[in-house]
Design a protein around this ligand. Sequence first.
Ligand SMILES: [Zn+2]
Ligand SMILES: [Zn+2]
Length: 143
Amino acid sequence: MACITCNIEKLGNEFPPSTVTENCFHPILCCLRCTMKAVKETSKCPHPDCNQPATLADPTLKFFQAILDGMFKMYDVTDDYIPTTPSVVSGLKNGRLTISLLTGESFTIYEFNPNMEVLELKSNVQQKLKHDVNKQKLLYRDK
Ligand SMILES: [Zn+2]
Ligand SMILES: [Zn+2]
């Protein structure tokens, strides 16, 4: 898939995991880098005919920036009522893992260790957020 802005053929994980704003009703056609650049310069969603206002201070754009920084693991936590709530797992320090959701919720897992099984981590998240393990999708960004 080629980005509509830079015209470069990109992989799926080089595109944003969600639209720039909740009011976007278009497919995601602009790559992460172009999206960040456009929002920074124009304070709008870069997609043609969209023009929804957006700023780099929006949680969604911070989330995109974190993806670009490649310093985290990402979850899509879904349940029957909330379609998709991507969240950023960040701040891994001294065995503490901080997970922030776009809904504004965040929590810390204190006994995190990098070798923790995915399922173990998911059940930890489930305990904290009451999201069903089977409905969580864990995405790794492999370098
Ligand atoms: Zn691009
Ligand atoms: Zn848009």
